[in-house]
Write a protein that binds this ligand. Sequence first.
Ligand code: FMN
Length: 176
Amino acid sequence: MELMEGLLTRRSVRKFDTSKKISKETFKEIIKAAQYAPSAHNTQPWEFLVIEDPQDLKQFRHIQRSALFAENATAVILVCGNTDKSFSREKEGWSYVDIDCSAATENLLLAAHALGLGACWCGASPMTGPIAGLKEYFKLPENIKPFSIVVLGYPAETPKQPEGRFKEETIHWGKW
Ligand SMILES: Cc1cc2nc3c(=O)[nH]c(=O)nc-3n(C[C@H](O)[C@H](O)[C@H](O)COP(=O)(O)O)c2cc1C
């Protein structure tokens, strides 16, 4: 798939054909694409938890209500930030960890689309409840912060392409 075409045709998919499994090679390929995302100071502070166990997929309804459709998906990839690796200044109270994981998440979605998978980004960070729930349920180490819940599978729906996404009025040429 050509890059521009992929960027413009990716849509959030929330219904999946669970009879088709995702191969390990495919998981690796989309995670590789995520790892090619830009990151502040090139710290690449991301980690990925691949979740396929149906019992685990059922837990998302308790952890992040609007990710409950994960229970009918093939997999979830939890994109996490490693706070020991990220470019941050504790004293000044800032970190690029979420921003870097955001870039990785978008690459993951685009790679999934390019390989014929459907995916939906469900938010975890910055919501304190889902972060705590994910950390507890998946027993994440202290320095691992869950960032996004990417729900995945081969699509069982074709979402309509939106009209009017391009808004020329949001472009400011040289002055506001
Ligand atoms: C940070 C973030 C959090 C999101 N959280 C959810 C979510 O919890 N549940 C959900 O169904 N979709 C979620 N979405 C997907 C958006 O609803 C979706 O991207 C938006 O409606 C635009 O549709 P599109 O992805 O098809 O272009 C989230 C997207 C982002 C970027």
